[in-house]
Ligand binder design. Structure first.
Ligand code: NAD
Ligand code: DAU
Length: 353
């Protein structure tokens, strides 16, 4: 069995669903169910014995020890994090707590569990840490893409907390020999993306007739990767990555934010035509994000060269799939936005201890 943290969030849930669609090896899914975690996403696994859900905080050492002892995973894949840059600007404390203290607590629990394994299982064990390209800071227009050798220069409380977690993971390999792997990925998009992030927020606002709020001049660049391609990269790194190594993951899809929103508007104009005019008319420029990184871009050649990974989707095919998904899954969006879902989870889990 493998253990996944944060498997009720955007990327973690896509990973769990993809894994169980391709593999019979079970998954124990440890998630605190913050506002970003949603069990509805995993509804199709409700009666599937291969999926065990445990509601726990990665800062809770006793809970982690107990899950590890009970399920004896051969690998831990660590997705759980506070992930939204804007939230980290308004309230950085949660980011330090989950991303740094939580990763530290998880590493300590895993180190202790790993030490109890017999030699062959110890050698085969892996701790895969899912991180971000934001730890490298911001690029100028003509700079080369981030490689695995780029120096860390995080600029937001979110990216600083992720950088801290990356350093701890690295140190646990160097000092204790824990067989760790780290992936640093660019911006993901696709199904089950929480509608606080650019792409799902713009789709939702467009459909509701609201303004499409572009920060600053709209020319900040992100490098977009369809979430299922991120999941396939993680599977390959888990299977064949070299312990102690880091792997950059990206889709070679650099786009300005205004290009992204233009693409979304064109797809919506085609698939969900308005009575009159274009969704583009809803675009509105708003005050910039403080400290807004100008450009991210990933050089993913190491992953291709060493492990043979390539993304399956282009930006065009991935965006079309994404818009289609949001058009037929309005109920999922309404559930995560309404607050009703959170109340239900509180009610359901409070009585289970
Ligand atoms: P998300 O915010 O959608 O989901 C995070 C999940 O972690 C949620 O289910 C939440 O309930 C859970 N969680 C939060 N705090 C927890 C805690 N203390 N204990 C246990 N569970 C907790 O995030 P995401 O976009 O799916 O990102 C997943 C990982 O991938 C993160 O580590 C993020 O830094 C990284 N990443 C994200 C992107 C992206 O574009 N979204 C790109 C590169 C890397
Ligand atoms: O690069 C990887 C990172 O990508 C991940 O590590 C983060 O977890 C993930 O949230 C994402 O961070 P960004 O800050 O790049 O994503 P976000 O969707 O918040 O914003 C994308 C760009 O769009 C960014 O330049 C800010 C801009 N933006 C965002 C929102 C929410 C807007 O212009 N308007 C908006 O309303």
């Amino acid at each position: 069995m493998i253990l996944v943290t944060g498997g009720a969030g955007f990327i973690g849930s896509n990973f769990v669903l993809d894994w169980l669609a391709q593999d019979d090896e079970g998954v124990v899914n440890v998630d605190k169910l913050t506002y970003a975690g949603n069990l509805n996403t995993l509804r199709s696994l409700r009666d599937d014995p291969r999926h065990v859900f445990v509601r726990a905080d990665i800062c809770d050492r006793a809970a982690l020890d107990s899950v590890l002892a009970q399920h004896k995973p051969r690998a831990v894949l660590h997705f759980a994090a506070e992930s939204h840059v804007d939230r980290s600007i308004h309230g950085p404390a949660e980011f330090v707590q989950t991303n740094i203290v939580g990763t530290f607590t998880l590493l300590e629990a895993v180190r202790s569990y790993w030490g109890t394994l017999p030699p062959l299982k110890r050698d085969a064990f892996r701790f895969l840490h899912v991180s971000t390209d934001e730890v490298f800071g911001s690029l100028g227009a003509d700079d080369p893409q981030f490689s695995e050798a780029t120096a860390y220069a995080p600029n937001s409380p979110y990216s600083a907390s992720k950088a801290g977690s990356d350093h701890l993971v690295r140190a646990y390999h160097h000092t204790y020999g824990l067989p760790v792997l780290t992936t640093n990925c660019s911006n993901n998009y696709g199904p089950h993306h929480f509608p606080e992030k650019l792409i799902p927020l713009m789709i939702q606002h467009a459909l509701e007739g609201k303004a499409l709020p572009i920060y600053g001049d709209g020319k900040n660049v992100r490098d977009w990767l369809y979430v299922k391609d991120h999941c396939s990269a993680i599977r390959i790194v888990l299977a064949n990555g070299r312990p102690g190594e880091t792997y950059n993951v990206g889709g070679w899809n650099e786009k300005t934010n205004i290009e992204v929103v233009d693409t979304l508007c064109a797809l919506l104009d085609e698939m969900k035509r308005k009575a009159s005019g274009s969704y583009r008319e809803q675009i509105s420029y708003v005050t910039d994000r403080p400290g807004h990184d100008r450009r991210y871009a990933i050089d993913a050649r190491k992953l291709e060269r060493e492990l043979g990974w390539k993304p399956a989707e282009t930006f065009e095919t991935g965006m079309r799939k994404t818009v289609e998904w949001y058009l037929v899954n309005g109920e999922w969006v309404r559930d995560v936005m309404s607050g009703e879902y959170r109340k239900w989870v509180e009610t359901n889990y409070a009585q289970r201890g």
